[in-house]
Ligand binder design. Structure first.
Ligand code: CA
Length: 413
């Protein structure tokens, strides 16, 4: 559904640098990295708001909702900055997965599978989507409903709808979200989400909401904020609509011969048998056979874990338009089902950290005297700067990454 990079926890991993929660150093660094001209003044919001309000009313939103939603909208520097800046830091795939698929999220997900077993069985029956995939999306998007987002969505959308490259798109998303309020599906006060407009327990964009949200608990409202059945069923409905084939796996890990230089890529699909002919094997060495079409995903090159991915992987991909995201969902789903970690290690001497370890690393940095702001588990520019300094002082390669090497060097266990 394309959530413009920052629409979810998954997206936020890429862009923590810009997302520093008003922590002094991080904020200053991020602000300095932008030319002043890229940040439109508050005046442009004031001059554009009346026009936007009129546009919403013309599109059929009630005057009452427009007034309630946009009466006290103020200039939001952070939302505007996020909409115009590119993340300057690319997260390695092993950090991304270590963060999103950690022991805590697996354990919490298993609890959710059991707590919501009845509704998940109904969702599975109605939409044909594997419940582990649905729960994995929920876990990654909002930590099973615990994370709601840092922005009041109508205000954020009004801001980014008045500035930047995709103003027109965000304006139409604003109108969509006001219509959701008009219909009584979600209360205005409940619209916490991302600066780009994604909200609810599985982070739907407003326009996606209109197309695909469903009322599954039967109370007459499509409420992806407060209703777990609505959120889970809507996610399943999304995946069904994205072409999910019931009963097919997303894919599986495979073994690639040493020095493999053959074709790869999610989109270059051939039959499983054909991959077998190219030397790809099951992890246990067994021959690959089958007529289903798959792509060979090599997220870290032929030296790292390799996966055959089917069309269901593509369906997951559309949720956040990133292969790393689709792999995180797929792997978390497998882990929820009881599978173990990938068998082939990532090609790095410095694997990533779980959320608990990230928080612990921040505490260790603070204890060692590095001023990284508050230890909140969010690794932004300030934390990375602190890591770099600590690495330099300890004679380690300077990466600025929250990895196992610096974690252990500072006494983490
Ligand atoms: Ca409902």
């Amino acid at each position: 559904m394309r959530r413009i990079g920052l629409g979810s926890i998954a997206g936020r991993v890429y862009a923590r640098a810009g997302l520093a929660k008003a922590r002094g150093a991080a904020l200053a660094l991020a602000a300095l990295s932008l030319p002043l001209s890229a940040v439109p003044a508050a005046a442009s919001l004031e001059s554009c708001l009346p026009q936007m309000r009129a546009q919403a009313v013309k599109a059929g939103v009630s005057q009452r909702t427009v007034d309630a939603a946009l009466a006290d909208v103020a200039y939001d520097e952070k939302a505007v900055r996020f909409s115009t800046s590119q993340p300057e830091y690319k997260t390695p795939i092993w950090d991304y997965l270590a963060f999103l698929v950690d022991a805590e999220r697996i354990a919490d997900g298993r609890k959710m599978l059991s707590r919501h077993a009845r509704v998940l069985a109904q969702v599975e029956k109605t939409y044909g989507i594997d419940r582990h995939i649905v729960v994995a999306v929920w876990g990654v998007e909002s930590d099973y409903g615990q994370f709601r987002g840092d922005f009041h969505v109508p205000h954020a959308l009004a801001n980014v709808g008045c500035s930047g490259r995709r103003a027109k798109y965000f304006r139409s998303e604003l109108i969509e979200i006001l219509k959701i309020v008009d219909r009584g599906d979600v209360r205005l006060a409940d619209l916490q989400g991302s600066w780009a407009g994604a909200f609810g327990q599985t982070q739907f964009m407003p326009s996606t909401y209109r197309r695909l949200a469903v009322d599954f608990d039967g109370d007459g409202r499509k409420d992806l904020v407060n209703s777990v059945p609505d959120a889970l069923a809507s996610t399943a409905n999304y995946l069904k609509n994205a072409g999910w084939v019931t009963g097919m796996p997303w894919g599986y890990e495979v073994k690639v011969p040493a020095g493999y230089r053959g074709p790869s890529g999610r989109k270059s699909k051939v039959s499983v048998t054909e991959w077998g002919k190219r030397g790809i094997r099951h992890l246990d060495g067994a021959e690959l056979t089958g007529s289903a079409r798959a792509g060979l995903l090599l997220p870290a090159g032929a030296e790292g874990p390799a996966f055959l991915v089917f069309s269901n992987f593509d369906a997951i991909y559309t949720y956040n338009v990133a292969e790393s995201y689709a792999l995180a969902i797929s792997h978390l789903a497998d882990r929820l089902r009881g599978a173990g970690p990938f068998q082939v290690a990532w090609p790095t001497a410095d694997p990533g950290l779980s959320r608990k370890e990230r928080l612990e690393l921040q505490k260790l940095l603070l204890r060692a005297g590095y001023d990284i702001g508050e230890a909140d588990g969010r690794v932004g520019a300030a934390t990375r700067a602190g890591i770099s300094k600590a690495e330099a002082r300890l004679g380690l390669p300077v990466t600025g990454r929250p990895g196992q090497r610096i974690y252990k060097a500072l006494g983490g266990r």
